[in-house]
Design a protein around this ligand. Structure first.
Ligand code: CAA
Length: 263
């Protein structure tokens, strides 16, 4: 069923996946405040939607995923407004990263600046061969402000992150794959189908286990290993309180497919 309560975002649920499409093609889907607010609201909608097991974030058209924060809107900001804008972007992207349902970025074109940062807040990144990635902020006399100085180094390592951030260079999708910035690259015409098939594969798993796996990896990644391993053990223990765990193990032993309910 399709719903369209937004101006710059399309929200559509297809086969247990909520497709959130950033659609401001005349600005290459650049992120102004309104667009970011709508993306965050669409994520909240998908989290609350019982039909949805997985979220997909993509850009409208073939040229851009998201070409960054809206440079026209930013150009008029005072230092205090820019700081608040950065915090606003952090809150929105944190909401995506902390989403209890897996979020897949289907990167269909330019993912620059805030666009690359948006993709990095997602849990899995699949790209079209024609996608281009970069943190070109230094070309504008600024630095990444939507988490890029932090998420990029956590994903690709500090040396590679600094290379990208200090040069502002763009990399192709195959280069992004080598860097580990994306984990899958497909032909442009196959992106939608490959994303849908990846989303259905994830959607078939136990939702509780998916949420707990996300929490263990993401929350655990931010704390000391000893503490993170304790967190892993308690979340592992929590799985055993779920019907899904009983069903998943029983189905294996009975040599059949599990029917997960999310309980
Ligand atoms: N903000 C506002 N408008 C943008 C935009 C952006 N980030 N990116 C593109 N546009 C607009 C262009 O101004 C242009 O508008 P007009 O038709 O009115 O001139 C339209 O989208 C089409 O873009 P181009 O004509 O530039 O298209 P192109 O094919 O020649 O180039 C591009 C494509 C290389 C992506 C180029 O548009 C570009 O370099 N965009 C800016 C990329 C960038 O610097 N992003 C980082 C922004 S800063 C940031 O994101 C900060 C942060 O961390 C939060």
């Amino acid at each position: 069923m399709a719903q369209d309560p937004f101006r710059y975002v399309l929200y559509e649920v297809r086969e247990r996946a909520a497709w959130i499409t950033v659609s401001r093609p005349e600005r290459l889907n650049a992120l102004d405040r309104q667009t970011v607010t709508e993306i965050a609201a669409a994520v909240d909608l998908a989290v609350a939607d019982d039909r949805v097991a997985v979220l997909v974030l993509t850009g409208a058209g073939e040229k851009a995923f998201v070409a960054g924060a809206d440079i026209a809107e930013m150009s008029a900001m005072s230092p205090a407004e820019a700081q608040e804008f950065s915090r606003f972007l952090h809150r929105a992207l944190d909401r995506i990263e902390r989403c209890p349902k897996p979020v897949v970025a289907a990167v269909n074109g330019f993912a620059l600046g805030g666009g690359c940062e948006l993709a990095m807040a997602c849990h899995v990144r699949i790209a079209s061969e024609t996608a281009r990635f970069g943190q070109p902020e230094v070309n504008l006399g600024l630095i990444p402000g939507a988490g890029g100085t932090q998420r990029l180094q956590r994903i690709v390592g500090r040396g590679r992150a600094l290379d990208l951030i200090l040069t502002g260079d763009m990399v192709s999708a195959p280069e992004a794959l080598t860097l580990g910035l994306v984990t899958r690259v497909v032909a442009p015409e196959a992106l939608a189908a490959e994303t849908a098939s990846l989303a259905s594969k994830i959607a078939a798993k136990g939702p509780r286990a998916l949420a707990l796996a996300l929490e263990a990896v993401l929350a655990g990644g931010e704390i000391a290993q000893e503490e993170a391993l304790r967190l892993e053990s308690s979340l592992f223990g929590l799985c055993f309180a779920s019907e899904d765990m009983r069903e998943g193990t029983r189905a294996f032993l009975e040599k059949r497919k599990p029917a997960f309910t999310g309980r």
